[in-house]
Design a protein around this ligand. Sequence first.
Ligand SMILES: Cc1cc2nc3c(=O)[nH]c(=O)nc-3n(C[C@H](O)[C@H](O)[C@H](O)COP(=O)(O)OP(=O)(O)OC[C@H]3O[C@@H](n4cnc5c(N)ncnc54)[C@H](O)[C@@H]3O)c2cc1C
Ligand code: FES
Length: 264
Amino acid sequence: MDNIYLSKKAKILGIRKHTPTEWSFNLGVRTEAVPGQFVMVSLPGAGEVPISISGYNANSIELTIRNVGKVTSHISKINQGDYLYVRGPYGNGFPLQEFVGKHLLIIAGGSAIAPVKPLIEHYINNSQFQVDGMDIIAGFRSPRHILFHDELKQWKKKCEVRITVDRDEDYAWMGSIGFVVDYIKEVQNISEDTRAIIIGPPLMMTNSVRELFQHGVKKENIYLSFERHMKCGTGKCGHCRIRDKYVCLDGPVFNYDEVKELID
Ligand SMILES: Cc1cc2nc3c(=O)[nH]c(=O)nc-3n(C[C@H](O)[C@H](O)[C@H](O)COP(=O)(O)OP(=O)(O)OC[C@H]3O[C@@H](n4cnc5c(N)ncnc54)[C@H](O)[C@@H]3O)c2cc1C
Ligand code: FES
């Protein structure tokens, strides 16, 4: 039987720097995963952290990591050719079949664009998995905090992408300014049948849910992805537990109906 706690050694094949604190690492490891799942990533001597898979290739995965503390600051210093250790994938991922034939509205705040990137690419790159239109609203702190410039440009050719920034310190940004929630009203074909995915800071998720209700989106059609402190990633330690839910096992993607009392 495979040991679920055993990590695979993964060589860093490439690194993309997005912002002063965010990088994407291409890891030479073969993993079958559903968009929205995460892996536990470790660096010997530093520790282990849960990180969403932000991209898949035949023999590699991409992880997009923000330097916020002890482990991620060590990871941010590694170079191409170095190694990380990966176990997983864990968690449920997005219910892909549920979205086929539906209008999809994806609302992401900041680096949370990383976990939804494979979901967006799943529908954009596979014509057999048709959705009835896809709208993306991506919000960033400032123009300097925008991630995935190239991908956003590509996605714009295939679906509606709205990019907004909270503020423009350099006063050189020609795009939208404001919070993601301000741009929900601009989505043309929003209806009660729209499937909405919200991922980002808790306040952004709460405000976006309220706004979606104003537009008639049914609560059972709203999905949220949660981040919690984790240790095992496998439902054993209880670190990620919120009431009767284990974010690592039952999530990180939840239907709003399942978790409404946790965010209201
Ligand atoms: C399912 C899941 C997917 C994730 N995906 C990504 C990803 O794709 N990219 C990414 O950069 N990060 C992601 N994270 C968050 C990442 O795991 C944390 O930022 C990381 O564990 C911080 O570890 P650290 O040792 O660097 O920071 P620490 O030194 O432990 O903490 C630094 C600060 O961050 C806070 N913090 C630590 N962990 C979390 C957390 N899980 N949620 C909220 N605040 C936290 C601490 O309270 C502290 O204020 C994900 C978390 C989960 C649960
Ligand atoms: S992280 Fe250990 S139970 Fe979820």
